[in-house]
Design a protein around this ligand. Structure first.
Ligand code: TRP
Length: 529
């Protein structure tokens, strides 16, 4: 059973790795969320802000995760274990502070939070940075459990499209249909089960013949379907109004909130902050250029997100619907739009299939983090890890699936949560989403950059990144941009502004600071205009 001592399986090619990592990044976040937040936040202007966030935070943190994974050849917990020094004052300090805060909460009768913080602080004190890796594995459970529920809805909607049930005359009818669908436990749980099963089958097959093999098939399929939908959308009469709404920059709509929304989304969409990219990085060969890889992954992710908006808004405008439906856009407005155009059921089926493909390549990356942890650290076999934790996540997800109908079905869970935390906002689904997207991922990202910047050290990390990208990392940035990177005359020994030095500055100062501000703002500890 102990296969961890044998040679670790690696991606068979650079392309396979990039498609798998891009597959992890491209998901519901790109096709469902990015278009509607862009639509709400000033179109092209928001895209610019978002690109800046990808550059300032996304790329530097992605490089950290890839470097940690490739250096250690381990899952996130194993990676932190290997790189954490025997004693870290910073970790002791943070652990101590968290314990203290926990104790301070007790007199205010915040027992749940208090006890949790004391335990967490104690864990940080004892295990120091390894706790960040553990939080990543835990985030894998939380995210996949509700992600799979939404992915399940897309399976239901493919079936409905194929059988011609998406024939809504108005958005109101579509909305009520959607409401009935997601609150029907049979459908919700059934579709969630199918999605988890698909993830399990692929992850069970392993890195090369599971994840890489399927990413190489599914990513081109995704691209082609998206192109087909864009062509269909923009050739409808009146479609240009949609393109204009989506991409015409409106700087008056940009405010602090949109900047922070872009920042938070940058993490989720690039699969950062919980070790998914660390895990994928552990299967990367030393010959590969990590700089170019992270640029390609982020580039593909952004490209697909932008394309998704072009597939959606022109069609919405052409048929005279409102673009600002927010989260309901995809499941309520779009089916109604498709219902009005020739071969509508076919287009709807194509769209929901696209959404499923995107979700699947992301789902497998989440399950792989947990699987890799149990293979590396607990010497489980891959088969046992995927089956056991696929089922555990399925069960956890069932709670999310039935919770959207209200707490009535799971009153015991509600009472438990209220008893521990005092109050609960939204459904269990919302709790899981909020916990992972607003807490675990930003904190994970923050601590990953602090760890690489100050504890493992940019010097050690850069030594790893240089394998495969030396003359890329250390050439003067202007020479690189000018295409003169191999021209010695321009590169001398003076390493002034190189990609390596730029990355170091970002990861030590700029990225952690930006994430911290965004985190304080989202959890309400900081109020900005
Ligand atoms: N990036 C995916 C999306 O945009 C979701 C995802 C997959 C993810 N793996 C992740 C998010 C790891 C955070 C962490 O839909």
């Amino acid at each position: 059973m102990s296969d961890s001592q044998q040679a670790r399986e690696h991606w068979s090619s650079n392309l396979g790795f990039i498609l798998a990592a891009a597959g992890s990044a491209v998901g519901l976040g790109n096709i469902w969320k990015f278009p509607y937040i862009t639509g709400q936040n000033g179109g092209g202007a928001f895209v610019l802000v978002y690109l800046a966030c990808i550059a300032v935070i996304g790329l530097p943190v992605m490089l950290c995760e890839l470097a940690m994974g490739r250096r250690t050849q381990k899952n996130p917990v194993g990676a932190f274990k290997k790189l954490t020094p025997a004693s870290s004052t910073l970790a002791h300090l943070i652990g101590g502070l968290v314990v203290l805060t926990g104790f301070c909460l007790l007199p205010f009768q915040q027992y749940g939070w208090g006890v949790m913080m004391v335990l967490l602080g104690g864990a940080i004190f004892r295990y120091s940075w390894v706790v960040v890796g553990a939080m990543g594995v835990l985030a894998g459970f939380t995210i996949l459990s509700f992600y799979s529920v939404v992915a399940g809805w897309t399976i239901g909607y493919i079936w409905k499209a194929v059988t011609g049930q998406l024939n809504f005359s108005t958005v109101e009818v579509a909305a009520s249909h959607f409401g009935h669908f997601i609150t029907n436990p049979g459908w919700a749980i059934g579709c969630h089960a199918i999605f988890m099963l698909l993830c399990m089958v692929i992850v069970y097959k392993g890195v090369q013949s599971g994840i890489e093999y399927w990413s190489k098939i599914l990513m081109p399929v995704l691209f082609l379907l998206l192109v087909a939908l864009i062509i269909r959308g923009v050739t409808l009469p009146g479609a240009m109004a949609g393109v204009e709404f989506y991409l015409k920059p409106d700087f008056s709509k940009i405010n602090t909130n949109s900047v922070l929304q872009a920042l938070g989304h940058a993490f989720f969409t690039l699969s950062l902050g919980m070790g998914a990219i660390t895990t994928y990085g552990s299967y990367v060969d030393r010959k590969q250029n990590l700089f170019l890889a992270s640029l390609s992954i982020a580039g593909l992710d952004t490209l697909i997100a932008l394309m998704a908006g072009l597939a959606i808004f022109p069609a919405v405008f052409a048929q005279g619907f409102q673009p600002n439906a927010g989260p309901g856009l995809v499941f309520q407005v779009l089916p109604t739009v498709f219902n009005q155009i020739p071969l509508g059921s076919l287009w709807a089926a194509i769209f929901f299939f696209l959404l499923l493909v995107a979700a699947l390549t992301s789902g497998i990356s989440l399950l792989e983090v947990i699987t890799a942890y149990f293979i590396d650290e607990k010497q489980w076999s891959r088969a046992r890890a995927t089956i056991v934790f696929g089922i555990v996540i399925f069960l956890l997800g069932c709670l999310s699936a039935v919770s959207v109908a209200g707490w009535e079905n799971i009153e015991w869970l509600h009472r438990l949560l209220v008893a521990v935390f005092g109050s609960v906002k939204g459904s269990f689904f919302d709790v899981m989403d909020n916990l992972s997207s607003n807490w675990m991922l930003p904190l994970g990202g923050l601590f990953i950059s602090l760890f690489v910047g100050w504890i493992w050290g940019t010097k050690n990390a850069m030594a790893e990144i240089r394998h495969g990208s030396a003359n890329f990392a250390d050439v003067h940035l202007f020479s690189l941009l000018a295409g003169l990177k191999d021209d010695q005359a321009y590169n001398a020994e003076f390493h002034v502004l190189t990609l390596a030095s730029l990355w170091g500055v970002f990861i030590r100062f700029i990225s952690p600071f930006a994430v911290l501000i965004a985190f304080f703002y989202t959890v309400g500890w900081l109020k900005l205009s």
